[in-house]
Design a protein around this ligand. Structure first.
Ligand code: ATP
Ligand code: LTN
Length: 330
């Protein structure tokens, strides 16, 4: 059976090299394995305060990022989550099958809520994984390409599928998370023990950064004592992170990257990493501007919403029927 690929990214801010390497860059080759549903998780973006104009602009940007990364709209369905109402409808049903205890154990919720005042934590942030599970099961996804931080949410989706199917029969498809072998967790350049994250912009490379800025950021990335370019996450987290970035962009293994840099000094090593990042990002940025300036995203998103609406209604109907919701109209 062909795979069914599904993934989403939140339009919450400037995308980073982490998002690019972890997910974006490889989406196109995944579409060779089966039909892909790729979306802009704009409803998820509302789970933390965001300015409306910024959200709209970020959504356009993200559509262009997907296209610039090589996503082929003939092979993949690209759409805005909020334009497909089945996500929210299924959410109303599925919220009854995931429990407070398990939701409160989600690392993303714990991390994000820890930075907030208790009386300002929205219910949506807590219930986030319910909507994410709905995104996944609505399209009978078998493979969910994500970075490492999202694997826990996909595991919870798997629990939901088991629970729901045990009760109602074989309704939901079992998905599985798929991470990049190299690059599932790109670390911050200023603190290589934490994830490079768009909500924590120190040490980030943003996809729209000027290439001169990108080069400067890499040249001043935190490195480690010693002088050997070796992959050793515990003792050389900074060097290991740069090696990972290089290997992921070159599509080679860490061992191959290490072998390439034998005998290099840190300065020359960083320069070569910067060359590779700038070359890749430079091409990516050109394509991004092409899709943005010609507004090519509009037609793609319209067509995508139509197809996603058709497809998601099928599963929604099945679920409504399974749980006993009566349909008389239609
Ligand atoms: P935030 O930091 O605001 O939570 P995020 O970047 O983690 O944002 P998304 O933009 O929705 O969240 O993530 C999109 C995809 O990119 C997810 O699959 C996520 O796992 C992946 N991703 C995010 N950061 C990294 C990283 N540093 N390395 C590899 N993959 C990443
Ligand atoms: N939670 C993800 C974004 C996201 C997603 C999804 C990813 C929302 N729905 C469904 C994969 C499948 C994030 O924060 N990166």
């Amino acid at each position: 059976m062909a795979d069914r690929i599904l993934t989403g990214i939140k339009p919450t801010g400037k995308l980073t090299l982490g998002n690019y390497i972890g997910v974006l860059k490889h989406l196109n080759e995944m579409t060779d394995r089966g039909e892909a549903f790729i979306f802009i998780a704009d409803l998820h973006a509302l789970t933390l305060p965001i300015d409306p104009n910024e959200l709209r602009q970020n959504s356009i940007d993200l559509a262009c990022f997907y296209l610039a990364a090589g996503l082929d709209p003939e092979k993949a369905v690209l759409f805005l989550q909020s334009e497909v109402s089945a996500h929210s409808e299924l959410n109303s049903i599925m919220q009854n099958y995931l429990y407070m205890g398990e939701l409160s154990r989600m690392t993303q919720f714990k991390d994000k809520s820890a930075k907030m005042k208790e009386n300002a934590i929205g219910l949506g942030l807590f219930a986030y994984p319910v909507l994410m599970a709905c995104d996944i099961v609505l399209y009978n996804a078998t493979v969910v390409p994500v970075g490492e931080d999202q694997v826990q949410h996909v595991e919870l989706t798997r629990d939901l599928v088991n629970r729901f199917n045990n009760r109602y029969g074989d309704i939901l498809q079992m998905p599985k998370a798929e991470m990049r072998k190299v690059g599932a967790r790109i670390m911050s350049l200023s603190n290589p023990t934490i994830k490079m994250s768009k909500s924590d912009p120190k040490g980030d490379i943003f996809l729209k950064d000027d290439l001169a800025v990108v080069r400067k950021k890499i040249m001043s990335a935190v490195t480690d004592t010693g002088c050997e370019v070796k992959y050793d996450v515990e003792n050389k987290p900074g060097i290991s992170n740069l090696l990972t970035i290089y290997a992921a962009l070159k599509d080679i293994s860490i061992e191959e990257a290490e072998a390439h840099f034998v005998g290099y000094r840190y300065g020359d090593f960083k320069k070569e990493v910067a060359d590779v990042v700038c070359e890749d990002l430079g091409k990516f940025q050109e394509k991004y501007h092409y899709f943005l300036d010609n507004k090519l995203y509009e037609e793609v998103l319209k067509k995508g919403a139509k197809r996603a609406n058709e497809e998601s209604q099928k599963l929604l109907k099945k679920v409504k029927q399974a749980v006993g919701l009566l349909t008389v109209s239609e």
